[in-house]
Design a protein around this ligand. Structure first.
Ligand SMILES: *Cc1c(COP(=O)(O)O)cnc(C)c1O
Length: 426
């Protein structure tokens, strides 16, 4: 190993850490950017004696470890595992920490895939799910019981942008020996650091803002050092053992791309937040839009909490149109803004959750209205984004484009929609 120009322990600003943490010049050649170590196994000098702690790529690789170091230093965590999807990060948490008879408390608005994962894969192993409005701490206090093992918080939530008070939820969780896991995908460590607010576990879909270029599926699970998480040692132990046995780790190339994406994370988040705020304020002036949901608007019920626990309000804006027909027509008419699942990339994307990302939870307690639209506001010029939204909204009035047939709104209310195996996703 070379002598690093930047010591990982150096106190440094978050932009400096985004550029340099886990991004040392490579020892052998001096390559300023680390190579991609595309290997499945590592030479030993004598049995068990490795050169740099790597033996077999299921359990760890240099590119994965660089990414984990960067994530740790950004999130102020002491343990990070970079895995092959945000959903795998959730699998790691649930499989490592739940037993039959345990209950997971989920928020009323949650990423559809999280609900589906628990419902389809864990309920049959004897895990119970309870959905609670976690923006209401009294409702949470009433719901916690002796079986509550994990309180799962998603803030801001996908797609409703609910804001949950992390510090208060941590206090309630720890009072009953439950663990608090926070899916902080929409915030990234640039805008919110749940471990500093008392969470035991942080989960990210790094597919989204953290990688930021819509070219990798990845995830991460992180934990703190036990100052605020009473059971940190036990949690890390179980996560490590689960991850080494199962092999959810991210591939070298995907880890490398994600580490590269992180270099611009602070500047991207700043641009996402500025554009999203402008989009939210502009949408509020349009009659066709019944509600604009963005934590940066004073009208958002979670605005005060968001101001306290976040340093920016994020790049996602949600809205409800006056009619379902208008929602379907709007998403069909944007030109610059691409109709696609996922979010958090540099390019603006639009999603109709009821027929796309959240179709699999149609008819469940976390289903989404057909009038609802989620906008992932990219970092293009704001005038171009607003002009596209304006022409698309005008087109809905003129009835220019019919909603395409694969956005057939009759599927929205179909409680069996998940049975057809259509995606949930992102
Ligand atoms: C996309 C997403 C996930 C799942 O992540 P994948 O990388 O798609 O598996 C989990 N939580 C939230 C909030 C998400 O937006």
């Amino acid at each position: 190993m070379s002598s690093p120009r930047f010591e990982p322990t150096t106190p440094a600003g978050i932009s400096t850490r985004s550029v340099h943490s886990g991004a040392m010049p490579e020892a052998r050649t001096g390559s300023v950017v680390a190579p991609i170590f595309q290997t499945s196994t590592f030479m030993m000098d004598t049995p068990g004696q490795t050169r740099a702690g790597f033996d077999y790529a299921r359990t760890g690789t240099p590119n994965r470890s660089d990414l984990e170091q960067a994530l740790c230093e950004l999130e102020r965590a002491t343990f990070a595992a970079a895995v092959n999807s945000g959903t795998s990060a959730e699998v790691a948490v649930f499989s490592a920490l739940l037993r039959p008879g345990d209950e997971v408390i989920l928020p009323r608005d949650v990423y559809g895939g999280t609900f589906r994962l628990l419902q389809n894969e864990y309920v049959r192993w004897g895990v119970a799910i309870r959905t609670v409005d976690l923006t209401d701490t009294e409702a949470l206090a009433a719901a916690i019981n002796e079986n509550t093992a994990i309180i799962w918080v998603e803030t801001p939530s996908n797609p409703g942008l609910d804001i949950i008070d992390i510090a208060e939820t941590a206090r309630l969780a720890h009072a009953s020996n439950a663990l608090l896991a926070v899916d902080s995908t929409f915030a990234t460590p640039i805008l919110q650091r749940p471990l500093e607010l008392g969470a035991d576990i942080v989960v990210h879909s790094t597919t989204k803002f953290i990688n930021g270029h819509s070219d990798v599926i990845g995830g991460a699970v992180l934990t703190g050092d036990g100052t605020s998480c009473p059971r940190a040692a036990e949690v890390v132990d179980r996560l490590e053992s689960h991850l080494a046995s199962v092999g959810l780790g991210i591939s070298p190339f995907d880890a490398w791309l994600t580490r590269r994406g992180i270099k611009t994370l602070p500047v991207r988040m700043k641009a996402h937040c500025e554009n999203a705020q402008a989009v939210a304020e502009w949408l509020e002036t349009r009659d066709e839009v019944a509600d604009v949901i963005y934590p940066g608007l004073p009208s958002h019920p979670g605005h005060k909490v968001a101001k306290r626990q976040m340093s920016g309000f994020g790049g996602v804006v949600s809205l409800r149109t006056d009619t379902e027909e208008r929602a379907l027509s709007l998403v069909a008419n944007t030109k610059l803004i691409t109709l696609a699942e996922s979010l958090g990339g540099v390019e603006s994307l639009i999603d109709h959750p009821a027929t796309m990302t959240h179709l699999s939870v149609a008819g469940s307690e976390v289903s989404v209205s057909g009038r609802f639209i989620r906008l992932s506001v990219g970092i293009e010029d704001i005038d171009d984004i607003l002009a596209d939204l304006a022409q698309a909204l005008d087109a809905t009035a003129e009835g220019r484009a019919e909603a395409p047939s694969d956005l057939d709104s009759s599927r929205i209310a179909d409680p069996d929609a998940s049975a057809v195996g259509v995606s949930v996703l992102a």
